[in-house]
Design a protein around this ligand. Structure first.
Ligand SMILES: *Cc1c(COP(=O)(O)O)cnc(C)c1O
Length: 354
């Protein structure tokens, strides 16, 4: 039976990417050796690293604009502290839009003063704060573009004098933005790009080297730039599969093409949530995420019936995060419109049954 994977992360990846990845495990590039047993310094792997780094910049429209793309270890969670290690001298601003920004704030506080410029904690993060004031004297402002757990997404980014840093773990490569408004973007691979293990960091070189503290090599973006993301052994499998996914995206027509599909998927599901009296949306309408739709049953006594129905339809990963409850449908790039259609059919079947 075909599975429809709505998991929040690790996430669905394109089938053709899985196919190529499995071939490379057995025999990479016809070498008679596996991708995961050759030297990362070999010509074949160096080419993978070079390709994925330039593909990332190309898809984001950041080639030749002073940016470097790095593929590092440690997940987005390590970037919470690496960002502060490399950029926080005195004071940084953070917009608190949920669990992940909360964690980023906690780490940054180890390195300097942190101002929360805004927070949506008062309503369990079901909206994006707006109209907040960004102080003039910040080393950087940190935002989380998409709040994976709560299903909210920033639609308009503030203009700032200071560098703008953004955690895009769960919506990178999903929608068109002017990416040059950001000075540092980071994203764990496993939400929209590849398997867990690597983290993409896109950084504008001229914001580095401004802090006075000593930075250990593994924590230092400049070291990783100088070594082309090969300071130590990279997470070869995750990097390779990320390359395949970005090639798949490029062949599809890039971010513009996938954005159109992502909008169709989200519109289909949100219309059902709005029209079907058995469901209520969690996130505020204007801030709803194209990637993660959060919703609840209006009558919780239907939980068992609904859960049985979507599981029988081959749907996986629909349970909401424990801090929100209810349901969360994650509609990352590789999820098809057809899969969203199956979910919507189950929801309307439930209404018909009463
Ligand atoms: C999942 C997630 C993280 C944490 O990623 P790890 O790679 O597990 O450290 C951080 N930020 C956002 C927005 C996420 O969705």
């Amino acid at each position: 039976m075909k599975k429809h994977n709505f998991s929040a992360g690790p996430c669905i990846l394109p089938q053709e990417v899985m196919q190529k990845a499995s071939e490379a495990i057995l025999d990479f590039n016809g070498l008679g050796l596996s991708l995961i047993e050759i030297s990362h310094r070999s010509k074949d792997f160096v080419e993978v690293m070079d390709t994925v780094r330039s593909l990332a910049l190309e898809l984001l429209g950041l080639e030749g604009k002073g940016y470097e793309a790095l593929f590092l270890h440690g997940g987005a969670s390590l970037e919470f502290l690496m960002v502060a290690y490399n950029l926080l001298e005195n004071k940084a601003g953070y917009l608190n839009t949920g669990t992940w920004s909360d964690k980023a704030i906690k780490e940054a506080k180890l390195f300097g003063e942190v101002v929360e410029v805004g927070s949506s904690k008062d309503k369990n993060f079901n909206y994006i704060p707006k109209g907040y004031v960004v102080p003039k004297d910040l080393d950087y402002l940190h935002l989380t573009s998409n709040n994976t757990i709560f299903g909210t997404q920033i639609k308009e980014f503030p203009k700032t004098d200071c560098p703008l840093v953004c955690d895009m773990s769960s919506d990178i490569f999903s929608r068109q933005l002017d990416f040059s408004q950001f000075d540092l973007i980071y994203a764990g691979a496993q939400k929209n790009m590849g398997p867990a293990g690597t983290t993409l960091v896109v950084v504008k070189e001229d914001i580095l080297g401004r802090v006075s503290r000593q930075i250990p090599s593994m924590m230092d973006y400049k070291v990783h730039i100088a070594k082309d993301s090969m300071f130590n052994t990279p997470t070869v499998f995750s990097v390779y599969v990320s390359m395949l996914t970005l090639q798949w995206l490029k062949d599809l027509g890039g971010i513009a093409a996938i954005e159109e599909i992502n909008e169709k998927k989200a519109n289909l599901l949100y219309s059902e949530i709005e029209l079907n009296p058995l469901f209520t949306g969690f996130a505020k309408k204007e801030d709803r995420s194209l990637m993660n739709a959060t919703f609840n049953l209006a009558d919780e006594s239907l939980t068992e019936v609904f859960d049985t129905m979507w599981k029988e339809a081959g749907i996986n990963g629909l349970n909401g995060h424990r801090s929100v409850g209810g349901y969360r449908a994650s509609m990352y790039n590789a999820l098809s419109l057809e899969s969203v259609g199956i979910l919507v059919d189950v929801m309307s079947d439930l209404e018909r049954k009463g």
